[in-house]
Structures are given as C-alpha cells and as structure tokens.
Design a protein around this ligand. Structure first.
Ligand code: GDP
Ligand code: IMO
Ligand code: MG
Length: 451
C-alpha cells in the first residue's frame, strides 16, 4: 500500500486561474514540490517579500525555505530560461535555491530551433493556435518522434550531443530551407557547444528523481504537484487543436512527476470567479472587448464588459504580456473538469475582483448551463468540432456587486451576494469550495476548515 501524501494543484479552465498562489501556499509545510508538465509557457505569479515574482519553470514552493523543488521528467526545459530564473530568485533573496532545486535528467530540452519551428507552424496554419511561441509543441513533437534532446544529453561528451542534435534537425533544416528561414538552419557544432556549456551550469541540479520520490512516499512526506496550464488546454481532453501539447489534467501531472496514482491524497481544482483565455479557441462566455484579431488592445474611450473585467482583474499574460480575453465564470466546464481531473475540492480565486466587476457594471453573471443542439446541458460537449456549434451560455444574473476589505477573514464575513455566488458554484459544479481567493497574496485566502 502507498501512503497517500500527494496534493495535486490543477487548473480547471484555460490557465492563469491562480495556481501559483495556491501551490506556494500548499508548499509552506511540504517536503517536495514538483512540476510535471509544460514548460515556460506557464507563468505562475507568487508574492515574495511583498514583490510579485513570475515563475515559469521553478515550482512555486521555492519561495519557502523548506521544500525541495523538482522539475519532473514530463517538463520541457529551456536551459537559458531556467538559469535566468535561478538568478532572478537569488537576486530576490530566496534562500538556498542551489541546494533545494533539482531537475530530472529525463526532462526534454527546448532548443532554439523549437522556437523557430513554433513560429513557422503558427505562420503556416490557416487557424493558428496563438501559442506562447516558446517552442513547447515542437519540443514535445521531437520527444514523441524519439529525436528529443534530454537534460542528460547536455552532460554527455560533446560529440554525443552533437550527434543527437544532428539527428533531430535533419527534417527541421529542410523545413527551414523550404520556407524562407535559412537563417534558422541549425549548425549542430555551434549549438552543441553552447548547450554543453549550459549543461555544465545545470549539472549540480540534475538528479535521478526515482529514489527521492520513493523515500518521500515511504515516509509519508508531503508532496505537492503544481499543475501548469489547465483542463481545457489538455492535449487529449481540451479544445484540440487549440490546446497545449502536454496533459495538464491530474493524471498527466502525476505521470510527468513520476508519481504513482495510488499516492494521491487530494486534487485541488483552481478556478476563478471571472474567466479568461489567452490565445485562440472557443470561449462560450467571452465578453466583447477592445482587442483586435491579433490579440492586440484597441484604444477605447468607453470600456466594453470584457475591458472592465480585464482591467479590474489585471488580466494580462504572465508569460507573454498579451491582454487576456475575458468573460463570465463557466460552471458546465467546471462540472466536466471535476470528472476528467478528479477534483476533490475547489479553490475559487478572484472573488474580490468579481465583486468589483459587479459594482462597476451593476450586475454579475455566471453560466449555469448551455443550450446546445436544442437541448439544455450542464457539461462541456465533446463534438463541437463536428457540429460547428458554440454552446450558448444560460446565465444566472445577480444584481450588484461587493467589496471585500481586510477585515473579511472567514466565510461568514463575506457579503451575502458573494455567498449566493459561491453556493451557485457548488451546486452546479458539485465541487465543494474549500478555498476562496480574495486577493493576490497566498494568505489572501479564506479557508473553510469544515470542508
Ligand atoms: P497561474 O498561471 O494559474 O499561476 O496564474 P497567473 O499567475 O498567470 O495569473 C493569476 C493572476 O491573478 C496573478 O496576477 C495573481 O497575482 C492574481 N490572483 C490570484 N488569485 C487572486 C485573487 O484571489 N484575487 C486577485 N485580485 N488576484 C488574484
Ligand atoms: P499557466 O500555467 C494560459 C495557451 C497559449 C495557447 C495554447 C498553446 O500560466 O496557466 P503553447 O505555447 O502551450 O503551445 O500554447 O495554450 N497556454 C496558456 N494559457 N496559461 C498558461 O499557463 C498557458 N500555457 C499555454 O496561450 O493558446
Ligand atoms: Mg499563468
């Protein structure tokens, strides 16, 4: 039998629900914090010494002195980004980064040609995904094609690394040549030399994580898995092809962290009381906003509903700075997320923001069901691509809004309208709301101990 000692943090929509904040908070008393999926397409905000830090690869638990932080085998890693993140953490006074950070030698390496391929694929597509252009998809593609370069390869002899890169780039170089990107054709000698040098810098962090995980599980130590991306961006279960290239659902995060499913204690779903998406793809509760087709802000004098939410929630990408598309909370998606991600309890962030939106607009809405193909449904349908029909949200409207001040520390202190909203979330999603986010810091959180 396995000790049940693993907590998974999982995003329930299209990312940016506030996973970093909860992952950091859960890590305070954890022994190990891990990332198992994605790469530096993720941008997780944490507050350290009153300052906002954006983490793209290093697990958020790094801001507390106790946990060992592991980048698992399922992650794709840009060595440059990782090294600059380590530097940033040290410059901000985060303690013992070198002794606490570990990276699995099995994680795959994002090389410059992956970013170039990301650009190329997006450019050639009739319907681009709107990726973060970080080379995530092409890196995972190489991994699946068994021509990926792993972190272990960076510390092998130079010629071995050069051979790997030569093998990987045979087809890519033809693509670059044929598509007017001759400047991107890879010189395997140059690239292996630069990455061998990066490998030397990363060497102290590289480990076999198997024995670490084994010891932790056998001694019932607390392990937190910090999900990146989210349910609707999942390669298998999300809005394919407008998805990312990994499996951010709970099972994918466990797999990418080399953790056995039997060790799972609790999966905490993270959602927010407003809704956002960055990049292209379906978004049933999206509100009109002053954003053009390329995702750029249009100057406006009178804000549209989406502008109101974006500005009050500061919805700008943590990784790319792109303005996020905004809308109302969507409970059918959350309902579907419950089952696909095995969510036990919910953290509902941005309750403060929703209240301000209500005060600004005079109302708030929450999507409680969809009208789809002539029927009322309470889950996210699977066949949208076939029918070409966008589920039409059915809203519950609450008149007014609320503001939450620092005296509000328990569920009972919340304004009645906010409690009505939370009860609606619980009844449609069938997930108990244990955590309520009322601000960006990890203790701007109401915890319902009775759940
Ligand atoms: P992640 O990718 O899921 O970790 O989320 P991001 O860090 O990309 O985006 C979440 C944003 O919301 C960050 O700017 C957080 O500081 C902020 N945030 C998180 N929870 C709350 C909350 O309860 N209220 C408010 N006002 N901001 C929050
Ligand atoms: P966190 O962990 C929001 C989106 C991109 C794009 C699609 C594919 O901070 O929640 P990719 O670069 O992964 O190939 O892009 O996925 N995307 C995210 N959106 N938050 C993220 O991560 C995201 N990671 C990827 O915008 O639509
Ligand atoms: Mg983010």
């Amino acid at each position: 039998m396995f000790n049940k000692c693993v907590t998974v943090i999982v995003g329930t929509k299209w990312g940016d629900e506030g996973k970093g904040k909860i992952a950091a908070r859960e890590s305070k008393d954890a022994d190990i914090v891990m990332r198992g999926t994605g790469g530096n397409n993720a941008g997780h905000t944490v507050i350290y010494n009153g300052k906002k830090l954006a983490l793209h690869l290093v697990p958020s638990g790094i801001i507390y002195p106790r946990p060992t932080c592991i980048i698992g085998p399922g992650v794709v890693v840009s060595p440059e980004v990782l090294l600059s993140e380590i530097k940033m953490l040290k410059e901000n006074g985060v303690p013992n980064v070198d002794s606490r950070l570990k990276i699995s030698g099995r994680a795959h390496v994002i090389l410059p040609y992956h970013k170039d391929l990301d650009e190329l694929h997006e450019r050639l597509k009739e319907h681009p995904v709107g990726t973060t252009r970080r080379g995530i998809g092409p890196c995972y593609s190489d991994k699946c094609n068994r021509v990926g370069v792993r972190i272990y390869d960076l510390i092998k002899p130079l010629n071995t690394l050069k051979g790997k890169i030569t093998e990987a780039t045979k087809l890519h170089n033809q693509n670059f040549e044929n598509n007017g990107m001759k400047n991107c054709v890879v010189d395997a000698q140059v690239l292996s030399e630069s990455n061998s040098a990066l490998g030397k810098l990363l060497r102290p962090y590289i480990v076999d994580i198997g024995p670490i995980v084994e010891e932790a599980i056998n001694n019932n130590k607390k392990i937190v898995v910090e999900g990146a991306q989210a349910y609707r961006l999942d390669l298998d279960h999300g809005d394919y092809p407008m998805s990312t290239s990994s499996n951010p659902v709970t099972a994918g995060s466990l797999c990418g962290s080399a953790l056995p499913p039997q060790a799972l204690k609790v999966a905490i779903g993270i959602d927010k009381a407003i809704n956002s998406r960055v990049g292209n793809g379906i978004f049933p509760t999206e509100l009109p906003a002053s954003i053009d087709d390329n995702g750029n802000l249009i100057e406006y004098t009178t804000p549209l509903e989406g502008d109101v939410i974006r500005e009050l929630a500061h919805e700008y990408g943590t990784t790319t700075g792109r303005p996020r598309r905004c809308g109302w909370m969507d409970l059918p998606i959350l309902h579907s997320a419950k089952y696909t991600c095995g969510i036990d309890v919910l953290c509902l962030n941005h309750l403060d923001t929703l209240g301000l939106v209500g005060l600004s607009l005079g109302y708030i809405r929450v999507c409680v069901a969809y009208k789809y193909r002539g029927k009322i449904i309470s889950h996210f349908p699977d066949d949208i691509e076939v029918t070409g029909e966008i589920p039409k949200p059915i809203y519950k409207t609450l008149e007014g809004g609320w503001s939450i001040d620092s005296s509000c520390r328990s569920y009972d202190d919340l304004p009645e309208l906010a409690k009505t909203f939370i009860r609606t979330v619980e009844s449609i999603s069938e997930i108990p709301v244990k955590y309520i986010g009322i601000g960006p810091a990890d203790d701007d959180l109401i915890v319902r101990e009775d759940i």
